[in-house]
Design a protein around this ligand. Structure first.
Ligand SMILES: Nc1ncnc2c1ncn2[C@@H]1O[C@H](COP(=O)(O)OP(=O)(O)O)[C@@H](O)[C@H]1O
Ligand SMILES: [Mg+2]
Length: 299
């Protein structure tokens, strides 16, 4: 099983949209995929379930918050399996592929979990490794061994839960808009990830269980094309980022509000049921690149 986090501390860069489409695209290629929604805004969850399904069927007992809440109670290593949900509309579309796409939903109080974990860490600094490896440990549970890929949609911050995601990951996907400010955003995210991995390993302090920094690659999203290529200003941003040695995916995702806007309401990602052919094609190309990258990434 490979764990992939879609991460960027900036909001509105396409994290959730990419998580849904890459997840569905991998499932369409026959992979068994579990998505994890770590953002209290629950955009990923409500891209597959209606608001009322989320509120009535998932929020009370079946979210990632319930799993975090259960840690430290006597059944500490309890199975995450009862939290897994099956988005019906998407599974129907995938039924002939051999793959499937499941989800563990977000909870609107996830930000409180982040705050509570941070308070625990202040009070008991010796718990550093324990607090940061909870997701890593949880995803190693036998109940999840059926999945080929776990895709994590992170919240737009770099708090303790996002660090949990990094510690659990084999690969990081970093959606980025090709604009001037995003260049420094990528640098600062890279530094934060590096600092976190170093700090984690220092706390491990020779006791084994060190983590390595997951390979990371930028996916350019909301790209404006002209004659099949990004417009000049965006192209120069992309080149500048590549020139700094930042790994990037060759496929870029075009800006297309009319195609991406309505998809969550229908409960089906664009790659499976969208209206735009060009958009579907480039999403498939991206999924193919991600799939190749996953094959090259150590589990
Ligand atoms: N390629 C795209 N072109 C146009 N709009 C997009 C694209 N990808 C996402 N969006 C829209 O931009 C908004 C933010 O996207 P989202 O995936 O929720 O970002 P994030 O998770 O990083 O906050 C949403 O309204 C979404 O529909
Ligand atoms: Mg999001």
């Amino acid at each position: 099983m490979k764990v992939v986090s879609v991460i960027n501390h900036k909001g509105g860069v396409g994290k959730t949209t990419l998580t849904a489409n890459v997840g569905a695209g991998l499932a369409a290629r026959g992979k068994r995929v579990l998505m994890l929604d770590l953002d209290s805004q629950a955009s990923l969850t409500i891209s597959f379930f209606t608001q009322s399904e989320w509120a009535s069927e998932l929020l009370p007992t079946r979210t990632i918050k319930h799993w975090y809440d259960g840690i430290g109670t006597p059944d500490a290593m309890r199975s995450p399996a009862p939290l897994i949900t099956k988005p019906r509309r998407v599974l129907e579309l995938l039924s002939h592929t051999g793959g499937y796409l499941d989800l563990i939903a977000a909870h609107r109080d996830l930000a409180d979990v982040d705050t509570a974990l941070a308070a625990d860490l202040r009070g008991q600094p010796q718990l550093y490794v324990d607090l940061h490896s909870r997701l890593r440990d949880g995803l190693a549970h036998a109940a999840l061994s059926e999945y080929d890929v776990v895709l994590i949609d992170c919240a737009p911050n770099f708090g303790l839960i996002a660090k949990n995601a990094v510690a659990a990951s084999n690969l990081l996907l970093i959606p980025t808009k090709p604009d001037y400010l995003s260049t420094s955003g990528i640098d600062s995210l890279g530094m934060k990830i590096r600092a976190f991995v170093d700090e984690y390993n220092e706390h491990r302090n020779g006791s084994g269980g060190q983590i390595s920094r997951p390979p990371a690659a930028v996916i350019f999203t909301m790209v404006q094309n002209l004659d099949g290529k990004p417009i000049e200003t965006q192209r120069s941003v992309i080149s500048r980022i590549e020139a700094r040695g930042v790994p990037t995916f060759e496929t870029t995702i075009r800006d297309s509000k009319s195609v991406y806007g309505p998809a969550p309401e229908h409960g089906v990602p664009v790659i499976l049921g969208g209206t735009g052919r060009a958009q579907t094609r480039e999403l498939r190309e991206l999924v193919s690149e991600v799939s190749d990258q996953l094959d090259r990434t150590a589990a």
